[in-house]
Design a protein around this ligand. Structure first.
Ligand code: HMG
Ligand code: MG
Length: 310
């Protein structure tokens, strides 16, 4: 359909990696109790749909995020598809040990570019959170596990407002020093816009390989897809998304879920960019979890494709 003469298409990657974060980032914000069996079913459906990486659990304090307290049971209950990376959040050594018991493939440490957000999310300063990660990172590397570092509030903070690029770059440098294989730039409250995203991604890519930088965009202000397109034009090709647009953040009031996986996949299909993921299977998974939670499906493409099928 597009013959490559349009500058936009020439500048885009041929293939992107999409990390499905719905079972973690999505379900961590659910007000009601989500049965472990529903979580297991969701992770299985997503892994079967072809994701190379499904963020499946969090080994954080159950006092802070009770929704994720059954991480071990989820990890033990799922079918492990060979080649799929099952990742989980670990805020400290206690979380790391639990993640090891659960046989997690990728350890995710997470900090923030905003001091105010770090205090609310991990009950400590950015520096303190990094201190807790030093032994986690070493243990993960010694065990031969993949290590990913997430940075919240790279494009704005619910408590302090603007976040300077230098603050983002500072945390990127610290996570890079810890040996992170991948670093996620997160727009926790979905306030970023395309120009800002391009600016931040381009500058961070001067200090950490773009090949290993990911975009984690929440869709609160409806900017998720345009932010992804802007980041792809700079060369980014790893993105996070949430099936049915599930989620929010327990420590960012009003923030909605990540950009919906169905919407991203529809965009990529239209652009002829490979993902290796079966959109129809994701649409079904989105329908399954929306019904299980008794909520409206927040994926626009998901809803449209379901309506067309009926
Ligand atoms: P704390 O209260 O300062 O730490 O929490 P503590 O060491 O004093 O521990 C308090 C209690 O929790 C103790 O229990 C610990 O044993 C227990 P008690 O002695 O009172 O009975 N505890 C744990 N239990 C199980 N697993 C653990 C663990 N750690 C301590 N790992 C801490 C500090 C960092 C632990 C806490 O603040 C915490 O767990 N925070 C996590 C918050 C969270 O999960 N937020 C959501 C995920 S981040 C996110 O969504 C952003 C992201 O999507 C990117 C974006 O969009 O921005 C990634
Ligand atoms: Mg998030």
């Amino acid at each position: 359909m597009f013959d490559g003469h349009i500058a936009l298409y020439r500048s885009l990657p041929k293939r992107v990696k999409i990390i499905e974060v719905g079972p973690r980032d999505g379900l961590q914000s659910e007000a009601g109790n989500v049965p472990t069996t529903t979580k297991v079913d969701l992770v299985n459906r997503l892994a079967r749909a072809g994701f190379a990486n499904v963020e499946s659990a969090s080994f954080v304090s159950p006092k802070w995020v009770p929704q994720m307290a059954d991480g071990l049971a989820v990890m033990r209950g799922i079918e492990r598809i060979p080649g799929t990376i099952y990742s989980a959040l670990t805020p400290n050594m206690r979380g790391y040990e639990n993640a090891r018991e659960a046989n997690v493939d990728e350890i995710v440490i997470f900090s923030s570019a905003s001091e105010a957000f770090a205090q609310r999310n991990v009950n400590g300063s950015i520096a303190e959170s990094i201190e807790r990660f030093v032994p986690v990172a070493k243990a993960a590397k010694d065990a031969g596990l993949r290590l990913r570092g997430g940075i919240s509030c790279c494009f704005g903070c619910p408590y302090q407002g603007e976040v300077p690029l230098s603050a983002v770059q500072d945390v990127v440098a610290r996570l890079a020093d810890l040996g992170c294989d991948e670093i996620d730039l997160a727009d926790t409250i979905g306030v970023g816009t395309a120009g800002q995203v391009a600016f931040v991604v381009e500058n961070v890519a001067r200090q950490f390989p773009l090949d290993r930088l990911a975009g984690h965009f929440h869709d609160t202000y409806g900017q998720g897809l345009s932010n992804i397109l802007a980041a792809m034009q700079i060369g980014m090709h790893i993105f996070h998304s949430s099936v049915a647009g599930l989620g929010g953040c327990p420590y960012a009031k009003g923030a909605t879920g990540n950009v919906a996986t169905e919407d991203i996949l529809y965009l990529m299909a239209g652009l002829g960019i490979e993902t290796g993921i079966d959109l129809d299977a994701v649409v079904q998974a989105g329908d399954f979890i929306s019904q299980a939670l008794g909520k409206n499906n927040a994926a626009r493409a998901g809803r449209a494709l379901l309506a067309r099928a009926h």
